[in-house]
Design a protein around this ligand. Sequence first.
Ligand SMILES: O=P(O)(O)O[C@H]1O[C@H](CO)[C@@H](O)[C@H]1O
Ligand SMILES: O=c1cc[nH]c(=O)[nH]1
Length: 256
Amino acid sequence: MSTELVDKSAVGVTGPQYHVGVQAGQISEVVLMPGDPFRVQLIADRLEDPVEVAHQREYRTVTGTYKGRKITACSSGMGCPSTAIGVEELARAGAKVFIRVGSTAALQPHISVGDLIVSEGSYRNDGTTPAYVPLPYPAVPDFELTMMLKQVATEFGEERGFAAHAGLNATDDAFYAESPEWIAKLSSMGLANVEMESSAMFVVARLRGLRAGMVCAVSGNLVTGDVVYGKANERLHTGWEHSIDVALEAVYRLGL
Ligand SMILES: O=P(O)(O)O[C@H]1O[C@H](CO)[C@@H](O)[C@H]1O
Ligand SMILES: O=c1cc[nH]c(=O)[nH]1
């Protein structure tokens, strides 16, 4: 019987990745990551010559071009564990820049459903990132990418009639453990919004020498009670489209 301990930083690094299923040559250095695999199609619809290169588990991956730049869309699934795996495996296949284009719940009363929020940093209320680094380590996005996401979101908001915000967000693990007391606490700390993936994306990206950012569409407001459950949320759907347009334009303007 072998007694050699597996070093996961050294196994399976090349070739098709274990969970995501992609390998070098199939993806761009730039990856847009929604949570939902079905939302990858919204991104693919904006690309020229989109090709689905893999679809395993929650990870659907499509590569195409936008204004002459190669772009990949790959879903993360919900939560930090699958996001961390996705970022790690996509990086092994050549990805260097990640932009989360997700949905998020607002925590401040002036933010409306369908608005966009650009993250300036995440409060790490997740169980995945402490497995990488101690909690005092900051979960912060790439500064230059974040500035461009804010600029483009503001411009597009003025043109299209939506509000663009920027601020700190919470990353929670447990959607249904977000009690009124917890929501009030997050809001009182001045956090703009809560979602479930960005702390893992930001921490793993920093540790691996990658760049990351996030622009999310607001699904509901947890402090005003303006939430939409159990029926189609059209304002959110339009917000997703705006967030994807903002991310693609930011990539183009930065020459990524
Ligand atoms: O719509 P996505 O991008 O999945 O984002 C949000 O939606 C899910 C919860 O409803 C979580 O994944 C949260 O982060
Ligand atoms: O964590 C989250 C994300 C979206 N919506 C919520 O209510 N909570």
